[in-house]
Design a protein around this ligand. Sequence first.
Ligand code: NAD
Length: 492
Amino acid sequence: MNDNGKLLNYINGEWRRSAASEYLDVVNPATSEVLGQVPLSSGAEVAEAAEAAARAFVSWRRTPAPERIQYLFKLKNLLEEHFEELSRTITMECGKTLAESRGEMRRAIENVEVACGIPMLMQGDVLEDVASGIDEFMIRQPVGVCAAICPFNFPGMIPFWFLPYALACGNTYIVKPSEKVPLTMQKVFHLLEQTGLPKGVVNLVHGAKEAVDMILDHPTIRAISFVGSTPVAKYIYSRGAAAGKRVQSQGGAKNPIVVLPDADMEMTTRITADSAFGCAGQRCLAASVAVTVGEARHTFTEAMAAAAAGRVVGYGLDEQVQMGPVISKPSQQRIEGLIQQGVEEGATLLVDGRRPAISGYENGNFVRPTILRNVNPAGEIAKTEIFGPVLSLIHLDSIDEAIQFVNSGQYGNMACLFTNSGAAARQFRYEAEAGNIGINIGVAAPMAFFPFSGWKDSFFGTLHGQSKHAVEFFTQTKVIVERWPKQWSRQF
Ligand code: NAD
């Protein structure tokens, strides 16, 4: 599975040493310990994977759906058996706490469970007598070779928004994990190998831009699922579409939450702190701006300051730790720079988490929870994705103004409202321009049987990951119109 710490690719059912000339260190963000080395595979290696997947597709698509899902049942059991090991790997390479990593793996497994329903989910439609004696069917057939390009922040879960559905629908697959966190997928592929899937059905290629560009351009790859930052999401969407592929491309976010004066403040602040500071703010559904309306301001501000200051920060493998480091030194520097920019735009630092001393982990990339108050709603910091444990506070006078603010941003991944009022909740879910809405929820993450929606610059495409959307994305419809004149049956 690895060669002196150098990760291998998994192509055509075998672990292969990459021909890459360049390897990157995989670094534990809490300790700076080097965990392994990831190859920046060449385009030629992606092409080998695509060709192996294309050969495997010929018989995989002919494997009956009830047989295909048997491999997923095996995978589900193996993931359960290796649950702790996978969760620890996520914490070691990505930095989040063990509880957060376990939550992530649970979400991954739920997608395998949903995809096991493919014999029902993949069914088509039939209507007899669309005209007299003529019947029409719509069936779903797999698309072919598909690929996922993944971000660093959920190394265990995000590939599972796509892979189980793709396989269950009869496609063959290539995963390109983030080069920052390749170890979790390396372990998952070891488990996929143990399921006995035919060679070439699943392939793992490590790498970065060169590998991605070959995924975008290789004519054999028919569909691409991307999750990452918005500039790269746009690039993937346009270059993939130009090559004639289906593309679903999820981008960045800047998620607002709105707190009305009638909200349950204890619950609201607890949930908001988890949303803003959980996973060190490196969640595409992290609350990044909190808008208080009317009298909500004072109690909410005080309670959030206490929640931020009291959060236990450290190495995620220590069970009592509530927040881990951010992914890298450049990321830490970028977050600290954005905090400074907020101050320069006129905000005040209610809680300053820059350059903390975390005893025993002096080499880690830590930023403690930070709160900026009186942030200018029209300023840059209210709009820019920080992707760190930083919450901006804004105060407005009415729910209408708050919704106007929510809708003014470039992103539309999530928006949440905290209130006791059903009428306010209805107005918010009706008018807010975001694909995932939380009402008295801090992280409105859809379960596997709902699509992971995203709007505006948080998503490019039509069909999202997970659920029936994934089944539609990984199948192409074929419509058959049939006439069988009755008189022909008299021949027999
Ligand atoms: P990223 O865009 O830097 O990288 C994502 C993937 O794209 C990686 O596999 C990387 O190798 C590849 N890549 C990076 N630059 C590239 C380039 N120039 N050309 C081709 N490929 C390239 O994202 P990240 O830093 O790994 O992840 C964090 C981002 O992902 C945040 O913006 C976050 O909001 C977003 N995200 C979104 C969702 C969602 O559901 N919308 C979920 C998770 C993360």
